[in-house]
Design a protein around this ligand. Structure first.
Ligand SMILES: Nc1ncnc2c1ncn2[C@@H]1O[C@H](COP(=O)(O)OP(=O)(O)OP(=O)(O)O)[C@@H](O)[C@H]1O
Length: 282
């Protein structure tokens, strides 16, 4: 039997409480939802609602304090080799060439130089960086570095790809181009994707489903089906259905933001993370 190209991910009654000097912080509470195999699911929600924490659980970097995560129906507690993650910062090794950065996960797994370089060159072609294999990361633009990071994440042929605001540090025009390219790459690889973004348009353009999270402690407030056919054209934002979905998502987010600002959240906490929260729309 051949290995699956995509996993179904199910979160069941998930809870996560961080222990801090200031006391416990309930980041996620009773979150239940299914990411169907091979689908692209985006997570949006107010700042601090637990989106990154959910990805940390999905990657098994963090254990939930209650509930469970199931992959293809089986509970998972340890990190899986077939899960890859892309962060907002590409985090490429500056002293290595782009080729060696992309090949790095294969090197760690003991794949021989020739095989890993062949694979890395193929991936660089996929992300449109074939001419930059011998360059160092600092000679590439932000968008190019992020494409290299995506190629690196794909080098191990993941069946689950977790992306935490991967385009958050890029300008609007580059983000739009990256969305189109990411869709093409995802269609080619077929893996399941869980994608965190603050950008509603990006979520609609990319996704099959959008999960709108409630304010902290986060849970899934609404699962919105993006019933727009693929391929999605560059003029998607002028499509009336896109605009309806955009209005629906904004309204769901606005409810949470208003409730937060009225002080009906469960209190404030300082983020102890390295990624930026700049540009939060809510
Ligand atoms: N390692 C940690 N220790 C303590 N508290 C944490 C830790 N990581 C996150 N938190 C808290 O858990 C809550 C959820 O954080 P998380 O980063 O998952 O939210 P987010 O939705 O990704 O936020 P943003 O949209 O601002 O990136 C926040 O209140 C945050 O301060």
């Amino acid at each position: 039997m051949s290995a699956p190209v995509a996993n179904e991910i199910r979160f069941e009654g998930l809870g996560l409480e961080y222990t801090t000097k200031a006391g416990p912080i309930q980041a996620i509470k009773n979150l239940t939802g299914t990411v169907p195999a091979g689908k692209f699911v985006s997570l949006i929600g107010p700042s601090g609602c637990g989106k990154s924490s959910l990805l940390d659980i999905a990657s098994s970097l963090v254990r939930p304090t209650s509930g469970s995560m199931l992959v293809d129906g089986k509970e998972v507690r340890e990190p899986r080799a077939s899960t890859s993650m892309v962060f907002q910062e590409a985090a490429l090794l500056p002293w290595r060439t782009i080729l060696d950065n992309v090949a790095f996960p294969l090197e760690v797994r003991g794949v021989g130089k020739r095989a890993r370089h062949d694979r890395a060159r193929e991936l660089l072609r996929t992300v449109g960086l074939e001419g930059f294999a011998e360059q160092r990361p600092n000679s590439l633009s932000g968008g190019m570095r992020q494409r290299a990071a995506i190629a690196r994440a794909l080098s191990t042929e993941p069946t689950l790809l977790l992306m935490d605001e991967p385009f958050g540090a890029l300008d609007q025009q580059t983000r739009m181009i990256m969305c189109t390219q990411l869709t093409e790459i995802w269609e080619q690889f077929g893996c399941t994707v869980l994608f965190v973004t603050h950008d509603i348009g990006e979520a609609i353009a990319l996704s099959d489903l959008v999960w709108v999270m409630s304010r902290r402690p986060g849970s899934i407030k609404r699962e919105v089906v993006v019933d727009l056919p693929r391929p999605r054209a560059a003029d998607l934002p002028t499509n009336p259905r896109f605009q309806e979905l955009e209005a629906e998502l904004w309204s769901l987010l606005r409810e949470e933001a208003d409730a937060m600002h009225l002080g009906t959240s469960t209190g404030s906490a300082t983020k102890d993370r390295t990624h930026s929260t700049a540009g939060d729309p809510v």
